[in-house]
Design a protein around this ligand. Structure first.
Ligand code: EPU
Length: 417
């Protein structure tokens, strides 16, 4: 199994190109199930999670063509098998996104329940409640969700909690339902808007994405479309934190600053200088990092997917920082590993109190979640000596060539098989 070895202490400088967003690519690739014909997707990141969704779509009967230059083409004319098996779903929870499209297209679906995960319980009850309100009969049997509907009918659906993939699942199902669907209290994440744009390019009638209420007027059929995947805001934020941590001077190219509001605001409070110029963002890290408090919230609040990376920054800040995680109940799994590097962190419930220290010191570490693993690489960049990050496959799920990108910025980092 691969490991990443980082020697801390290098100041990062130079340019880094931000790749396509994992969490936009996954639902957008799945939307190909809603139509016959070849859909084309550009700027698709080469990630393990993208490979997992390609495998799943292939399993369901879609034809998938993958060229090396980030272009993927998918034709679901041959969609035949409505079953997403446990083996594929357990590797990636986002597989649940096929549920809505399968019911809309094949009138039935059998999708393995994703089960628990390292960052929390992560139920899918809101996906199921919404689909039932669209008229699907839903049973849970032998670890699978079984859903059937001769015809989905538009409905007025309220989400108790704004859920990103729940909103996406329902939006895809409602695109082919009879009549109007209202989705209330939905997720406002940019990835939801990106999916709505793709569905509209396919002929869907969706408005309001990016606000807390989405209206969908169902259509008889959709047609294939061409989509460019938007830049990854979490990869962007991760490199911005890296520049800030190392007193670096890093320019992010091909990113979308509009999606980074909360992250940029917090980094400026930390002392980083941030210049925005179109799709380019230059980040210069401060000589001394100031501590700030963080509370994760649904978009446009501070992203839970940036919490672990920010905690590293706070662990070498000059003061005390309170970090509250309100989205996932177990998303502090990086804390024990950061403590092994010398960080001073106390957890009480969903709150972490971080007392900034002058320095961290390298050690072997491991994490069981994607963003937690990224935070350990960041910690390795500033820790004295060598940090060895194990279980790198979590990183490969969501960051493309992370060690190559850091290395090009001057980090002493390498992958060992
Ligand atoms: N929730 C429910 N019931 C549901 C669905 C969600 O109670 O039916 C709860 C969750 O337990 C959580 C909250 O609602 O407390 C929000 O979860 P959400 O459904 O929005 O999360 P998700 O759609 O499963 C996506 C991203 C995550 C990201 C979260 C929050 C994708 C593929 N995944 O997950 O990304 O952390 O939104 O922004 O879009 C990552 O990339 O590392 C990652 C974990």
């Amino acid at each position: 199994m691969d490991r990443i070895i980082v020697e801390g202490g290098r100041r990062l400088s130079g340019e880094v190109r931000i790749g396509g967003a994992k969490n936009a690519a996954l639902p957008i690739l799945v939307s190909s199930l809603l139509t016959d014909g070849w859909n084309t997707y550009e700027n698709v990141p080469r990630l393990q999670d993208v490979r997992s969704i390609q495998l799943l779509l292939g399993h369901l009967g879609a034809a998938v063509e993958d060229s090396e230059d980030g272009v993927i083409r998918i034709d679901a004319t041959g969609l035949s098998d409505p079953e997403a098996p446990y083996d594929l779903v357990r590797k990636m929870r986002a597989s649940i996104l096929v549920l809505g499209p399968l019911v809309a297209r094949l009138r039935r679906a059998r999708v393995s329940l994703p089960g628990g995960c390292a960052i929390g319980a992560r139920p899918i009850d809101l996906h199921l409640k919404g689909l039932a309100q669209l008229g699907a009969d839903i049973d849970l049997r032998h670890g699978y969700v079984e859903a059937r509907a001769d015809r989905l009918r538009g409905a007025d659906i309220y989400f108790d909690i704004p859920t990103v993939t729940g909103t996406e699942n329902l939006m895809m199902a409602a695109a082919l339902a009879d009549g109007r669907t209202l989705l209330r209290n939905v997720a406002r994440e940019p990835e939801v808007s990106a999916l709505a744009d793709t569905l509209n390019a396919m002929g869907a009638k969706i408005s309001g994405a990016g606000t807390s209420m989405i209206t969908i007027d169902g259509v008889e059929a959709l047609r294939p479309a061409r989509t460019r995947i938007m830049p990854d805001r979490i990869e962007s934020g991760t490199f911005m934190v890296a520049a800030s941590l190392t007193k670096g001077d890093v320019t992010l190219v091909d990113c979308e600053p509009d999606h980074l509001g909360a992250t940029i605001d917090k980094l400026r409070l930390v002392g980083s200088q941030i210049e925005i110029n179109g799709r380019t963002v230059r980040v210069r890290g401060p000589e001394a990092i100031s501590s700030v408090d963080i509370k994760t919230l649904p978009y446009p609040g501070f992203p839970t997917d940036m919490q672990a990376q920010f905690m590293v920054l706070m662990s070498i800040a000059g003061g005390l920082s309170v970090i509250s995680e309100t989205i996932f109940e177990n998303r502090f799994i990086h804390v024990e590993e950061l403590k092994r590097l010398g960080a001073d962190i106390t957890i009480s419930g969903n709150t972490a109190v971080v007392r900034g220290r002058a320095r961290l010191s390298g050690a072997p570490v491991m994490a069981t979640d994607l963003r937690a693993s990224a935070s350990l690489i960041l910690a390795g960049l500033v820790a004295e000596g060598v940090t060895e990050v194990n279980r790198v496959y979590h990183l490969d799920r969501g960051y493309e060539s992370i060690e190559k990108k850091f290395s090009a910025l001057g980090a002493a980092i390498r992958r060992v098989s």
